[in-house]
Design a binder for this molecule. Structure first.
Ligand code: ATP
Ligand code: MG
Length: 381
């Protein structure tokens, strides 16, 4: 039986498996190697992944996305309370004090725990793996952020059980990335030689993780990890959303924040615009037809303006990097390379974080599904 490695992201999930002498990321029924972390509950059925993503604006009260960071958190937790007003779906205080969600499903009001929601997502990822591998899949390794607490890890672990998976190990995202890097490298130093130190920079949708790993042939050691829990692609989307909400208010007298569906559409368009700006530095249009009250809206933005607008976030990019250098007591000269991972590092201003480092492109997070003996690092260590 195969063991699969699953990267459950805040926005995107990936499944990896060792086969044909290499590591392969599995494609879903849309031939897409990435499955959106999205679950939509309707009066007739539940949709998960790509199908659920297409329901974000139409079935907004019952389409759950951006839920990874609610795992293992109390309803009264300041993070949960700060997120609550921004969510299109309703959070609910469970009997044990944890946060859950309230939705309309099969024509009934239902409350689900986040373990159940992630359980539904993992069920889908299990099915995707089984149809690609053409055999049952039960054993898995799941990657979680290095800053996840024990309660958060336990909650993800519970979700794997709900999905009928046997989770052999939860590994840190930073370790998974280091494994993916080291596994194919033929030219690593021998165990007697000085190790090759590599910095991994992973900016996803919700958070930013940096680590330094020392590699020798057949061996890796994570020397230091640092993170910014609240810095990711979503901050850049929100900055664009704020800008266009103001612009559309003055230009068209529209109060976008009062209309959840319009706000979700604006979010989607701003994310597209952000991605376009990664490849183009010229002025780009933002056009949305029949946006609100049958009004077509339009605006413009360019990379320079976007970078000025996001200066407060860009300033934070170097901090975890400096922190890992300090923790590991290594100097810049000891670093062989900085490898960038995670969708948001495609924003050019995030990727050129430290020109003094040798920066090379590295693929989006792939998890290596090998249960290897590595100790979890708790955030307090
Ligand atoms: P997390 O690691 O926080 O759990 P995740 O793993 O789901 O999140 P990724 O898939 O690594 O996140 O990255 C998603 C983010 O990357 C989104 O904010 C997305 O908009 C952004 N992104 C993807 N491609 C680009 C691009 N070309 N330019 C700018 N941003 C991009
Ligand atoms: Mg990620």
């Amino acid at each position: 039986m195969s063991v699969v490695g699953i990267d459950v992201g805040y926005q995107n999930c990936y499944i990896a498996v060792a086969r044909s002498g290499g590591i392969e990321t599995i494609a879903n029924e849309y031939s897409d190697r990435c499955t959106p972390a999205c679950v939509s509950l309707t009066s007739k059925n539940r949709m998960i992944g790509n199908a659920a993503k297409s329901q974000i604006t139409t079935n907004f009260k019952n389409t759950v996305h951006g839920f990874k960071k609610f795992h293992g958190r109390a309803f009264d937790d300041p993070f949960v309370q700060a997120e609550k007003p921004k969510l299109p779906y309703s959070l609910h205080k469970l009997a044990n004090g944890n946060a859950g969600i309230k939705v309309r499903y099969l024509d009934e009001d239902k409350v689900f725990t986040f373990e159940q929601i992630t359980g539904m997502l993992l069920t889908k990822l299990k099915e995707t793996s089984e149809s690609a591998l053409k055999k049952p899949v039960v054993d898995c390794v799941i990657s979680v952020p290095s800053f996840f607490t024990d309660a958060e890890r336990r909650s993800v672990f519970d979700a794997t059980q709900i999905a009928g998976l046997n989770c052999l190990r939860l590994i840190n995202d930073t370790t998974a990335v280091a494994l993916a890097y080291g596994i194919y490298k033929q030219d690593l130093p021998t165990p007697e030689e000085r190790p090759r130190n590599v910095i991994f920079v992973d900016m996803g949708h919700s958070s930013f993780q940096v680590s330094i790993t020392a590699f020798n042939k057949g061996k890796l050691k994570v020397l230091a990890t640092a993170f910014d829990l609240y810095l990711g692609g979503r901050n850049f989307d929100e900055a664009l959303v704020d800008y266009f909400c103001e612009e559309f208010k003055s230009k068209y007298k529209l109060n976008v924040r009062e209309n959840p569906r319009a706000l979700l559409r604006l979010h989607q368009e701003c994310e597209k615009l952000k991605k376009l700006m990664s490849a183009n530095s010229s002025d780009l249009p933002m056009n949305i037809e029949c946006f609100m009250n049958d009004i077509d809206v339009s605006g413009r933005m360019n990379r320079g303006q976007f970078e000025d607008m996001c200066a407060q976030y860009l300033m934070r990019v170097d901090m975890p990097l400096k922190a890992v250098l300090e923790q590991s007591k290594l100097s810049r000269d000891d670093i062989y390379a900085v490898e960038i991972v995670g969708g948001a590092t495609r924003i050019p201003a995030c990727a050129i974080l430290s020109p003094a480092f040798k920066v090379r492109e590295f693929s989006i997070t792939d998890v290596v599904p090998f249960p290897i003996t590595l100790r979890w690092k708790s955030p307090t260590e």
